[in-house]
Write a protein of this length. Structure first.
Length: 387
DNA sequence: CAGACGTGGTG
DNA sequence: TCACCAAGTCT
């Protein structure tokens, strides 16, 4: 089977045959697809914390967390988030900073703000009841085409197709249609997905549309993989037109950049504190969140960082260097911080887990052992040697 | 519609 | 090291 590949040299004189315009699955193929997929899902569905719950709030939270985010990362946050905010009302009443703190590390922080806003809307104007149709769900902030369909089908059994990256890839491979970022291309995928969704279940306890949608995504996530699909294990191999081929347009290139941050700590009677900088509330990126104070590169030219690590944000690879300033001596580094005083603050290490830290700050503090997983430990290896 | 928005795993 | 990219949404 061939692997996934890009096609910079794809020529326009492609069609070898005058193929029909809509190369979608016919009715018989669709029946086979749906049946084989359902049988496979029954046996191979992963057990995930948000599977088999009958609480639309939990389904909603899981779907927002899963947007562009790996299952493993969501597993790390889902249970704790729900312990902190077990109901829509609890979420609506919580301060935004607490919600962001619980979201720290998941990325796309706007999701947390919108989830919070939506919870307040639901409590204030809908009497705390989560909307039950995809059309109504779609009106909530942070809930788009995908998420409204996912919640409506999984939590309420609505017969509506979800189309995410997995579903799109599966359908492109099965039908053999090349990827095209056009209205026609999207319409084809949408039509194809809709043709496969079962009717709403009449039997209580059954949810054919919800199971089908999750099965489509599960197939994409575990078998119909982007780079090297496991076609020999695929339940719909029989009706697949490509069995692994999938042409995609080339992607944008990555940039690289080196950045430096200050790690400054001090001991107080109440415990150790670390100096943090709060990002501008109007910043486009991670507004209002806390991070280690950034240092200009020319201020650290002659020094050795106590830690180096890589951190990628969208299209940029950051090579991150952390420089330590200890207590009251070594003021030179401390003075090199360009930030104004009013955005700098000393924060108790024991309370760091209550703050909306950026993912990078959290990673650095954790790596350096200031923050443990629970955020409750006192620091040990502040002065670790350079790597 | 293109670009912005985070992070961590993978090969 | 580097490129790719994962259960998208908003502007």
């Amino acid at each position: 089977m061939a692997s996934h590949r890009s096609s910079p040299d794809l020529k326009p004189e492609q069609p070898l045959l005058p193929v029909a315009l809509d190369p979608g699955l016919n009715h018989a193929e669709a029946m086979v697809f749906r049946r084989h997929l359902a049988a496979w899902y029954l046996r191979h569905a992963r057990e995930l914390p948000w599977r088999g719950v009958s609480d639309a709030y939990r389904t909603w939270v899981s779907e927002i967390m899963l947007q562009q985010t790996r299952v493993a990362a969501v597993i790390d946050h889902y249970d704790r988030f729900l312990r902190l905010f077990p109901t829509v009302v609890a979420l609506a009443l919580a301060p935004e900073a607490d919600v962001l703190a619980a979201w720290s590390g998941l990325g796309y922080y706007r999701r947390a703000r919108m989830l919070h806003k939506a919870a307040q809307f639901i409590v204030e104007t809908l009497n705390g009841a989560i909307p039950e149709s995809s059309a109504e769900l779609r009106k909530l902030p942070g809930v788009g085409e995908y998420t409204s369909a996912a919640i409506a089908s999984i939590a309420f059994g609505e017969s509506i197709a979800v189309v995410d990256g997995n579903v799109e890839r599966v359908l492109l491979r099965v039908t053999g249609r090349p990827e095209e970022a056009t209205a026609a291309g999207r319409a084809f995928i949408q039509r194809q997905a809709a043709a496969l969704v079962p009717h709403k279940a009449r039997t209580p306890g059954k949810n054919a549309p919800g199971d089908h949608n999750q099965a489509m995504m599960e197939l994409g996530a575990t078998i119909c993989l982007p780079r090297a699909p496991l076609c020999l294990h695929c339940p719909v191999f029989d009706v697949c037109r490509t069995r692994g081929e999938h042409l995609t347009p080339p992607r944008a290139k990555q940039r690289s950049e080196t950045v430096a941050f200050l790690l400054s700590t001090r001991k107080k009677a109440q415990g150790v504190e670390v100096l943090l900088e709060q990002r501008d509330h109007a910043a486009s990126l991670m507004a209002g969140m806390y991070e280690l104070p950034p240092l200009p590169l020319d201020a650290v030219e002659d020094r050795e960082p106590i830690l180096r690590l890589r951190h990628s944000i969208t299209n940029t690879n950051y090579y991150v260097e952390i420089y330590a300033a200890e207590g009251t001596h070594d003021r030179r580094l401390r003075r090199a911080v360009p930030a104004s005083k009013d955005v700098l603050s000393w924060q108790r290490v024991a309370r760091l887990h209550e703050l909306p830290l950026t993912g990078l700050a959290r990673k650095v503090l954790h790596r350096i052992d200031v923050l443990s997983v629970g955020g409750l430990n006192t620091p040990r290896n502040i002065h670790v040697a350079a790597p």
